[in-house]
Design a protein around this ligand. Structure first.
Ligand code: 4AD
Ligand code: MG
Length: 477
């Protein structure tokens, strides 16, 4: 007999029968009731032990965290809260768990404590639900692109270029860090490095994805990206996963349509397939809300927020319109913004983004046509000569979820831009080749996967939606 998953035993189609399950004990009550979980569902199955006919020594080893194999008969449950339970005929302890030292006790633990035990935190309901949703969203993403004619491409992790030009890169080197070889001018001689040049971990696969869009038409990447920005916030990781579609012959308007359709599609996928996990996380959030003053409580529940995004159009607003709103608004009765926007051209801070999405529009917002000087070198310059065809998608409670643009396809304009920013043409000769040979309008965007998972799960800290978070001063595990 093969063992069953708890999800299948609890499903309505299941018939009453003899079964075998393996899992980890969540709790063991009154020497009789085991709440067993195997990760296949948020729900535990109740296993009723015939304690009078079970060895005392075995009973003692049924502790929280222990791995067990149970054989028994699936029956209709007498108790409340579950339809079926297992009447245990035999139980085997596969792996003991010392109740004195096992960190995950059957009580509420703080997320900070669980972060320090990231190797065990998926034994809790909250983290197992979050990680099942993460997995489901990944699948939905591949499904969406596959069904829409995109090819999945793998971009390199180690690169010789800085796609964003922001200088926030982790260097990859096998030189002696303390005594690197020096050239005649006293600078580090990267010619002696493993690749014979300076290399880093990728900050974005975009530039490489552009090369494939200009031959395969519609492509996407979904892989790890790395940023050495020292931002210790609840929305930044040093290692995060990014989804980057890139499409030939598509302009900025098409890019907005794609991003919106894509996000709606993957969110409706989880509404359909991960209902129980979402309901669990929603009830967790409702409990958390109850501890807040009435005025600060959210008007919508988690599932309502996701449905709202799926069912409503994102608001499309140009940077210039946004600046007008921000200059004329009163964010608060007493306080103004910390950073006052004096004039057109200033970059938006997160307080401004929050105001726009959470107070003014109260829905996801696509901001577009940003000033050229606050955006990356590769973005398509508009006819006004001062704005670029960039777009950022801002989400309530999250802030920036997506950054994208139509790409500069004109060789002369791109070269002039690179020159002005001091970007070496030789470094990106292959990127410039795309503009020499069969150039065309093309666009794409990058979506921070963890920020999407945060939105979908209602988790407040990005460190709690990735298995092993990498942040400044922290690469445990
Ligand atoms: O806006 P960004 O920097 O855009 C790019 O990298 C483009 N090359 C993408 C493209 O057009 N193909 O990053 C894209 C998204 C952000 O909107 C944000 O969601 C996420 O990546 N992101 C981060 N997520 C977690 N931690 C960080 N440190 C992040 N930095 C960016
Ligand atoms: Mg950005």
């Amino acid at each position: 007999m093969t063992s069953n998953t708890i999800a299948s035993l609890l499903s309505k189609e299941n018939k009453l029968q003899d079964v075998e399950v393996k899992g980890w004990v969540r709790t063991f009550r009154a020497n009789r009731f085991i709440a067993l979980n195997d990760g296949s569902t948020i729900n535990n199955i109740q296993c009723v032990v015939d304690f009078e006919n079970t060895d005392e020594a075995v009973l003692k080893r049924i502790t929280t965290g222990a791995a067990v194999s149970i054989k028994g008969s699936l029956t209709e449950s007498q108790g409340k809260g579950q339809q079926v339970e297992i009447q245990v005929k035999s139980i085997e302890i596969l792996g003991d768990s010392d109740p004195e030292t096992f960190p995950i006790q059957p009580k509420k633990h703080s997320f900070e404590f669980l972060r320090e035990n990231a190797h065990l935190r998926t034994r809790t309901s909250t983290f197992s639900a979050v990680m099942r949703l993460r997995s489901s969203l990944s699948f939905a993403i591949h499904k969406y692109f596959n069904e829409n004619g995109f090819y999945y491409m793998h971009t390199p992790i180690i690169t010789g270029s800085d796609a964003e030009g922001a200088g926030e890169m982790f260097r990859v080197s096998n030189l002696d860090a303390k005594n690197p070889p020096l050239d005649e001018d006293g600078n580090v001689n990267f010619k002696e490095d493993f690749f014979g040049k300076e290399t880093n971990l990728t900050v974005s696969g975009q530039l490489e994805a552009e090369t494939y869009a200009m031959s395969l038409g519609k492509v996407y990447t979904f892989g790890p990206t790395f940023r050495a920005e020292n931002s210790n916030t609840s929305r930044h990781l040093a290692e995060f996963w990014m989804i980057e579609p890139e499409v030939a012959f598509m302009d900025l308007a098409g890019n907005m349509d794609l991003a919106e359709d894509f996000m709606k599609s993957v969110l409706s996928y989880i509404l359909e397939h991960n209902r129980e996990d979402l309901e669990f996380l929603e009830s967790r959030l409702l409990d958390e809300e109850k501890t807040k003053p009435q005025a600060e409580r959210s008007e919508m529940s988690l599932i309502e927020k996701i449905k709202f995004v799926v069912d409503n159009n994102f608001k499309r607003v140009s940077y210039t319109e946004a600046i007008d709103i921000l200059r004329n608004c009163k964010p608060n009765k007493k306080k103004k913004f910390k950073y006052i926007i004096e004039e057109w051209g200033a970059d938006l801070q997160s307080e401004h983004e929050r105001y726009l999405v959470e107070k003014h529009f109260n829905c996801p917002v696509i901001l577009f046509d940003y000033p050229a000087n606050i955006k990356a070198f590769y973005m398509r310059l508009n006819e006004d000569g001062k704005t670029v065809r960039a777009m950022d998608i801002l989400f309530p409670g999250i802030g920036e979820m997506v950054g994208g643009s139509q790409r500069e396809e004109r060789l002369d304009v791109l070269k002039a831009k690179m020159k002005a920013l001091g970007i070496d043409e030789e470094e990106l000769w292959w990127y410039l080749d795309l503009r020499k040979y069969g150039t065309a309008v093309h666009s794409g965007f990058g979506l921070g996967f963890e920020r999407l998972v945060m939105f979908a799960t209602g988790m407040g800290n990005i460190r709690d939606v990735i298995p092993f978070p990498r942040t400044p001063q922290n690469a445990e595990f």
